[in-house]
Design a protein around this ligand. Structure first.
Ligand SMILES: [Zn+2]
Length: 271
């Protein structure tokens, strides 16, 4: 964290010299305010998930950011408690959002404090030091050909974890590798309602991504443009992903410019 603070301070000085602004590092003070979209937005009044708690540990602490809407943090803590009660080991929690949202490295989203990455690692684990957690590279649960989960790694506990996540309040959708979705489709049994929110997407072979809905009291928050379709998603739309294997993904559209209100939030002094 110290190295990050130093880098941020240097960056703030450089940005300030260039733009007459000083970038602030902590959360923007004031009431919670979520502005823009997952791909281009920000948050004021964010809160930080603790480095560890009942049923979870953050990983890659020096490289990642763990700030979010208070409801996001509460929902992650709830998932960790429910997983623990279900007999699962500690969850590894990765990126949520930067203290004031906005772009963070290696993510197109994660800009509003309404998303979180959780590793698909259900092996029993001790509490590790932050430095040890920095070095973790949890393995993919998907077979090398991308058509199924890896039977040597996939366990029923993975499905339990994804079901608990999909049943959290406030979830808009969850992204997983298509092979994971197919495995869940094949093994879910009778209660399939929770499968609807589990959506196939590129990557996501070693972690899953939760996107929470815009809180009702946040009129400046722009939710998903298309609702999740009805049904369990175990149909031709899932097969489409396997037909695409080996083809390059369509290039992502460049993100829209941030809302003007975010510029003020990023420049606001800390309380
Ligand atoms: Zn993510």
């Amino acid at each position: 964290m110290l190295r990050r603070s130093l880098l941020s301070a240097l960056l703030a000085v450089a940005l300030g010299a260039a733009a007459g602004l000083e970038a602030e590092e902590g959360p923007a003070p004031g009431p919670v305010r979520v502005i823009g979209s997952n791909a281009s937005g920000c948050i004021a009044g964010a809160v930080q998930l603790p480095a560890q708690g009942p049923g979870f540990q953050e990983i890659r602490i020096s490289r990642s950011t763990f700030w979010g809407h208070p409801r996001t943090v509460a929902d992650i803590e709830l998932l960790a408690r429910e997983a623990k009660e279900a007999g699962l080991p500690d969850l590894y929690i990765n990126d949520i959002a930067a203290p004031r949202g906005g772009p963070i490295a290696s993510h197109a989203g994660h800009q509003l404090g309404l998303e979180a990455d959780i590793w698909l690692d259900v092996t029993p684990k001790p509490v590790l030091s932050p430095a040890e957690r920095d070095a973790l590279e949890p393995p993919s649960v998907v077979a090398p050909d991308g058509r199924s989960v890896d039977p040597a790694i996939w366990r029923p506990e993975h499905a339990t974890l994804l079901r608990l996540a999909a049943q959290l309040p406030d979830v808009d959708r969850i992204f997983v590798h298509p092979a994971i979705k197919r495995e869940l489709c094949d093994t879910a049994g009778g209660d399939r309602r929770w499968l609807r929110l589990i959506r196939p997407w590129y990557g996501h072979a070693s972690h899953f991504h939760i996107r929470f809905r815009c809180p009702a009291e946040q009129p400046e928050c722009m939710g998903a443009t298309a609702p999740v379709p009805p049904g369990d998603g175990c149909d031709a739309t899932l097969q489409w992903w396997f037909d695409q294997l080996g083809r390059p993904a369509a290039p992502a559209a460049p993100p829209p410019p941030p809302p003007a209100a975010c510029l003020a939030i990023w420049a606001a002094p800390e309380r």
